[in-house]
Design a protein around this ligand. Sequence first.
Ligand SMILES: [Zn+2]
Length: 136
Amino acid sequence: MAEDCIFCKIAAGELPSEIVQEDEDTLAFMDINPWTRGHALVIPRNHSRNLYEVGENDLRNTSNAAQRLALRLRERLGCDGVNLLNACEPAAWQSVFHFHLHVIPRYDDDPLQLPVRPRQAEPDELAEVAAEIRGG
Ligand SMILES: [Zn+2]
């Protein structure tokens, strides 16, 4: 447990939350700023900062728990789809520094919109960045 980490405190029962699913390794609870009805967060009980640092077992267990929750949301809330979202570092909108996955139920008539306008890339541009990622 990390000092001053609100998700560690939730996992320890020191802060209140609306828990919707839990097991030995993970916990899922309602996001206090939901994007849609039923928006929940899934965390490993072990503290890690984010995707860069989470351990393999915690990542696997949290991902599996997110799938179980998505199925539960479909069954219980009748959502039409689900977004699974992770934010790693402030540049990617991370604001709580304990690894977590957002499980966001989606409804055909919900107001969410894509935050970007995808544009077609040029083949040269893709080849250049792919080479940079591959290295060598
Ligand atoms: Zn923590």
